[in-house]
Design a protein around this ligand. Structure first.
Ligand SMILES: [Zn+2]
Length: 142
């Protein structure tokens, strides 16, 4: 068994390890989407402090801007950008379709809520009628 002091030490060293791992995790590069032409383009990376990983070459971390810019010119990177662009239109269409579905579902939900409220009102009315008639029955017995 660990003593309390040892336990605290362990937790602290775990935390330090975790914090160090977090701070050394490289950022993932994302090309920017040009909204007018709807195509992906390379975009300037400001911070190389944690290193940057390009999804086209996940095994490599770039720490210097010039080597990353050289990477942009590589066949592998160009091919990856071209692939993104070939599919960009499909992604865009999918998003549009999903938005339409969400809108329809929201309308349905509102409609159902309204129906539910109306039924509540009807139930309340029927209940009050029931109470009224049963109290009339009671007075009728006298
Ligand atoms: Zn790349």
């Amino acid at each position: 068994m660990f003593t309390k002091h040892q336990q605290h030490k362990n937790i602290f060293s775990c935390y330090t390890k975790f914090a160090m791992e977090l701070s050394t995790t490289p950022d993932t590069y994302v090309p920017k989407m040009d909204t007018e032409s709807k195509t992906y383009m390379d975009q300037y990376v400001f911070n190389f402090e944690n290193g940057i990983v390009c999804p086209c070459t996940p095994m490599k971390t770039f720490y210097r801007r010039d080597s990353f810019h050289t990477h942009w010119k590589s066949a592998r990177h160009r091919k990856w950008l071209a692939y993104l662009n070939e599919n960009a239109h499909n992604y865009y269409r999918e998003t549009q379709e999903q938005q339409t579905t969400i809108k329809t579902q929201q309308q349905l939900l509102t409609e159902m809520e309204t129906q539910l409220k109306q039924k509540d009102v009807i139930i309340h009315y029927l209940e009050s009628q029931l109470r009224l008639s049963s109290s009339l029955d009671m007075t009728g017995l006298d």
